[in-house]
Design a protein around this ligand. Structure first.
Ligand SMILES: *Cc1c(COP(=O)(O)O)cnc(C)c1O
Length: 374
């Protein structure tokens, strides 16, 4: 039986349309400047977004993957170094570590927050470990307070994958400001998205920021003078303009995400056999994704599809089990039992700022009926 309301997992057209006039104004600024790459708008979004994160420097790059890769290189990670990370993430986290020539070492996640388990990370440190790279997954901050303490105690770097957690906080401090560097993606579906690819490295370390600037632009220290080897990974002016139009809305969008999550929580908490996302004390979850858990996930998903509610799984196959990556990953001694169990249970329900009240109601009804069908 259909309710009549089809609920898409994400409809970006709503955001694109709402931002239209502001984006147009920014694109006119770009046109008037005559500079399409590495101009004033790029510098402006770097400054504004760095300040938003509570750090001194931002360097725009071509994508979130590139932000991770170039931050690792700029921080001095070298071929043969081990980078401790998680397998409960999407592939680009690992792709970036491999691109830097390092070996990803996967540790398990905390079963409640589904992010890096600090004890597991500490236990996996060897004399080849150079960096801890936790992921602030689904919009929830990983325990980077504990991880920063561990990194300091062992003399290793901490680089945060913030691609899903723009504005997420721990005790009022934003992610991206806890580590040596924070790496953001502006892929269109992220909490702060461009109209194409984009990313940024944020840091308090002026020298690290300068090295990312060199690496993203062939190694050019000044015009036609390459003082190091580099690459091409830049945030172009049009994308910077879209981000300048979007950034003033980010806190309101996060507020709407949190209100929708609260509504799911109120209405779904009593259902048996369904586990809802938990907010760790002191951490502000920005709900990039609303991920529930069920032992009968596939059946639940089929029923929701039958009711017109589109869901997704983030991510059905952990990276260490992906055919293209398995042989490049080292698994820490204690194994990845939590990660592997989660992969069979997690389900993402539709949640984005433009999701309408009638749509979330349709999801709540469909989930309630599907979990408890009598
Ligand atoms: C999206 C994402 C990335 C990669 O960002 P791109 O801009 O797509 O390269 C990295 N890590 C995580 C956790 C992500 O969600």
């Amino acid at each position: 039986m259909r309710t009549g309301t089809e609920v898409p997992f994400l409809d970006l057209r709503r955001r694109i349309e709402a931002l239209g006039p502001e984006v147009q104004r920014q694109v006119e600024r770009v046109a008037a400047s005559g500079r399409l790459i590495l101009g004033d708008l790029g510098r402006e979004i770097e400054d504004r977004f760095a300040r938003y994160c509570g750090v001194d420097h931002g360097v725009g790059v071509g994508s979130g993957t590139d932000a991770l890769w170039l931050a690792l290189l700029a921080a001095g990670v070298e071929p043969g170094d081990e980078v401790i990370t998680v397998s409960n993430t999407c592939v680009p986290t690992i792709a970036a570590i491999l691109q830097a020539g390092a070996t990803p070492v996967m540790v398990d996640v905390d079963p409640t927050t589904m992010t890096m388990d600090p004890e597991a990370a500490e236990a996996a440190i060897t004399d080849r470990t150079r960096c801890l790279l936790p992921v602030h997954l689904y919009g929830q901050a990983a325990d980077v307070v504990a991880l920063a303490r561990i990194a300091d105690a062992h003399g290793v770097l901490l680089i945060e994958d913030c691609a899903q957690a723009h504005g997420a906080e721990i005790d009022g401090r934003r992610v991206g400001s806890f580590g040596t560097a924070g790496c953001f993606s502006f892929y269109p579906s992220k909490n702060l998205g461009a109209f194409g690819d984009g990313g940024m490295v944020v840091t308090d370390d002026a020298e690290l920021a300068e090295r990312v600037r060199l690496l993203r632009f062939y190694g050019y220290g000044e015009r036609n003078r390459a003082i190091t080897r580099g690459f091409n990974s830049r945030l172009d002016e049009v994308q910077a303009g879209v981000l300048l139009a979007a950034l003033p809305h980010l806190d309101a969008w996060t507020g709407r995400r949190r209100a929708l999550a609260a509504r799911y929580h109120d209405r779904l908490a009593a259902l048996e056999g369904l586990m809802l996302p938990a907010e760790a004390a002191g951490r502000t979850h920005v709900y990039h994704l609303y991920v529930v858990r069920s032992e009968r996930r596939d059946e639940l998903r089929r029923r929701l599809t039958g009711r017109g509610v589109q869901t997704l799984v983030h991510y059905p196959v952990p990276v260490h089990l992906q055919e293209g990556y398995a042989d490049a990953c080292t698994i820490a001694d204690h194994g990845l039992a939590v990660t592997e169990e989660l992969a069979g249970r997690i389900l993402s329900l539709p949640l984005y700022p433009e999701l309408r009240d009638d749509e979330i109601e349709a999801v709540i009804e469909a989930v309630s009926d599907a979990v408890d069908p009598c």
